[in-house]
Design a protein around this ligand. Sequence first.
Ligand code: FE2
Ligand code: FE2
Length: 258
Amino acid sequence: MNILAVGDIVGIRAIEYLKKVLWTQRETYKIDFVVANAENASDIYGLSPNDAQTVLDCGVDLMTMGNHTFDKRSLYTYLDDNPDKIIRPVNYPSGSPGYGSSVVRVNGFRLLCINVQGTAFMTPLNDPFESVETVLEAEDGNYDLALLDIHAEATSEKYAIARYFDGRINMIFGTHTHVQTADEKILEKGSAYITDIGMTGPVNGILGTDSHAVITRMKNHMPSRFSVADGEIEMRGVIFSLDEYNNFKINYIRRIYV
Ligand SMILES: [Fe+2]
Ligand SMILES: [Fe+2]
């Protein structure tokens, strides 16, 4: 079984690009399921229901989110209504719109997908360790394999969460930094891990954002509205290959970019 995780989609042009390349990637690598982080798809600030539908039409099966989940008010009911298509970090306060995990079918198997947000250098949400643990306990017996998107800033926090759940969650990957790391590996107890899968967006800005706006904010300390950078787009992500005849043992984790 092959599962592709696609890095943070930044902007409408990135969605258009995904529409051009994703089905070919699915075919080339015999991908059975695509999970993509969509928190920046509607021009950095969140995701609109219309853009969510377009992302799904590109060949994405499930969208994960992050600190931009609630930027667009129009998404709130969409989150509630489509738990099999979109999840948001599980450690937002109870009562927040949407769901932090979902069990979906892939080739007849039950795949538990969990999204969690880091708390280092980010909003102090609920404890990510406890929040994921609670999902695993609640879903015990209801899934055959699992994946976790850790949406976080700090490499150390991502590693700590990954090591803590090593052997219990088959695929663990980071999002949010928009920069793909080169540390993909299989951990001691068998989980496949990478600190960040990267970005699907413009390569020439600053993490997908127009350079001028970012430099203005950092250098002059004046407010400036971020917009998506112009220029070339690329898609980055990782492929997880698992042996469904051997307890979903990881065959490999491989970085890709198109
Ligand atoms: Fe983020
Ligand atoms: Fe992002």
